[in-house]
Ligand binder design. Sequence first.
Ligand code: FAD
Length: 310
Amino acid sequence: MSVAEITQNTKKTLFSFEILPPLKGKGLESIYNTINPLMEFNPQFITITSHREVYDANNNRVRRRPGTVAVAAVVAQKYSIPVVPHILCGGFSRKETEYVLIDLNFLGITDIFALRGDSIKHGEPYKAEPDGNTYARDLLLQINDMNKGKYLDDENFGASLATNFSCGVAGYPEKHYAAADLDTDIAHLKAKVDAGAQYIITQMFFENAHYFNFVEKCRAQGITVPIVPGIKPIGFKNQVDVLPRLFHLELPQDLQNALRNCETDEAAKQVGTEWAIMQSKELVAHNVPLLHLYTYSSAQQCVDILKASF
Ligand code: FAD
């Protein structure tokens, strides 16, 4: 079953999660350590992030976490679970994207999470590669072409080489930082759905009202696909400042206060777990299709959240 079908057919709330490829030079152990304890909760699929080049302290361009395709292949085989590699526009030409998609097709991986990605320097405006896709919607159109057997360089192989990809896309309950307002952002999201995206996974949020409001506005604008909430358990004290800065979101005042009162990361982790449990319980009570947990290597927190929420 494709991930699109899974998200569309849930009768009660199920569970999925996101992992990051290991830092360059590290092995897969950290991935297994994250996945193993979560398998008993019957995850429906695992998404795998993708990381473009960034500038290091010496102004060199480095890719710190390559390996999305390889990790997806290993995880799919080892755990027999649908995997969803994230594919970015940013940093990649359309040709390079086509090669990645061809690799995925060889590997039998047909679920893709289509994203624009961000600027190579945090805070700078995003710029597409001269021969790359500009928006996630453009990537979806490239994938649609391949699903019809239409490759770049005017190569049209027709049905014999048509791929069978199905895609999810990102949504932002507190709006994407570059969008003028939430309605405009949702109009762009609708364009992604009209271009074939079959489900949406949201950016993390810490106030469920943002998610409920977002879903309502999406439905009002004619978006009918499943909208899966993304939940991030806070694991460090400094995330009270880091998360709003990096992800352009607000932490509720109560959560901020509780985190600022913590003396250690261990205490902050406890606050983060309890907050995520509170959010998750309410989302499950509202029968959302799945809870999608951002693990960031904190599997134990996710275990605690799942035990308490279902
Ligand atoms: P898009 O949908 O292309 O939108 C980007 C911006 O452009 C929005 O402001 C939108 O409103 C606007 N826009 C869209 N179309 C148009 C148009 N035609 N004209 C004008 N404006 C338009 N980043 C990574 O680098 N790696 C990851 O693995 C990763 N995983 C993510 C997973 C999830 C669930 C989420 C929510 C985000 C993830 N991101 C990841 C972050 C994402 O790449 C950034 O938020 C990025 O800035 C936007 O990507 P997008 O696909 O939402 O962009």
